[in-house]
Ligand binder design. Structure first.
Ligand SMILES: Cc1cc2nc3c(=O)[nH]c(=O)nc-3n(C[C@H](O)[C@H](O)[C@H](O)COP(=O)(O)O)c2cc1C
Length: 212
């Protein structure tokens, strides 16, 4: 029975973007309760985050991710601050979201100069993977609670300006801007993902390997 419920929630999770040019009134209710957020903490992680991310900070947990949570009123205010600077759907989602989570992961400091966003090490790959698992836990929890959700790359929400506005240290890397929307979408448009139905059968990505 537990397996059935879990399977149902995993399959039910779906990208839903609630889009409106007219801002929704900001609900005072907390959409992402602490219980929901705590689900993310139960994701597997292999190693503690590097000490440089922990020193002198209140956010000193060992997990290699951080979640910065904005309620509906803050989403609207962030939209106001960004008006005129962005014409993407991000603005239409800041107009409707009950909650936004800026989910970051914590790369180890590079030991040598690199052109990329972060040093291509096994440790960093594992930090990133762990942060991805934490995000998925939260999305599944939201889905099970009837909260529409969407994992976005972030667009303008990745910029140093927005990091600065939200007090996110620039050494952290945005893994996703997670939007959580109300069930009642008023006159808004709800967009889903074009890739959702492209997964195909197991045979496209699973090979059972036998060793003789
Ligand atoms: C790391 C990551 C970043 C994503 N960024 C975007 C994005 O910027 N825009 C978008 O439309 N979908 C984005 N998505 C959502 C995917 O497009 C979506 O999950 C996929 O198409 C499958 O659809 P489903 O979530 O409905 O199953 C992202 C997903 C992941 C895992």
């Amino acid at each position: 029975m537990r397996a059935e419920v879990l399977s149902e929630v995993i399959r039910e999770r779906c990208t839903e973007k609630v889009l409106s040019s007219e801002p929704f009134p900001a609900s005072a209710e907390t959409t992402l309760t602490d219980q929901l957020l705590e689900l993310a903490a139960w994701a597997p992680f292999h190693r503690p985050a590097d000490a440089t991310h922990l020193q002198g900070r209140e956010l000193a947990a060992v997990m290699p991710w951080r979640f910065y949570v904005l309620d509906a009123a803050s989403c609207r205010r962030l939209r106001d601050r960004l008006l005129g600077k962005d014409s993407s759907k991000i603005m239409e989602m800041l107009a409707t979201a009950d909650c936004l989570v800026q989910a970051t992961w914590l790369p180890n400091p590079a030991e040598y100069q690199t052109d990329g966003l972060f040093a291509p090490t096994l440790e960093n790959m594992e930090h990133l993977a762990a942060a991805g698992a934490a995000v998925q836990n939260l999305l599944l929890g939201a889905t099970a609670s009837g909260i529409r959700n969407y994992w976005s790359s972030g667009g303008i929400l990745r910029t140093p300006e927005v990091f600065d506005l939200l007090g996110i240290p620039p050494r952290e890397l945005l893994l996703g801007s997670l939007f959580f929307f109300p069930q009642d979408v008023r006159n808004a448009t709800v967009a889903t993902s074009k890739l959702r139905d492209k997964r195909g059968p197991l045979s496209g990505w699973v090979e059972r390997v036998s060793v003789r």
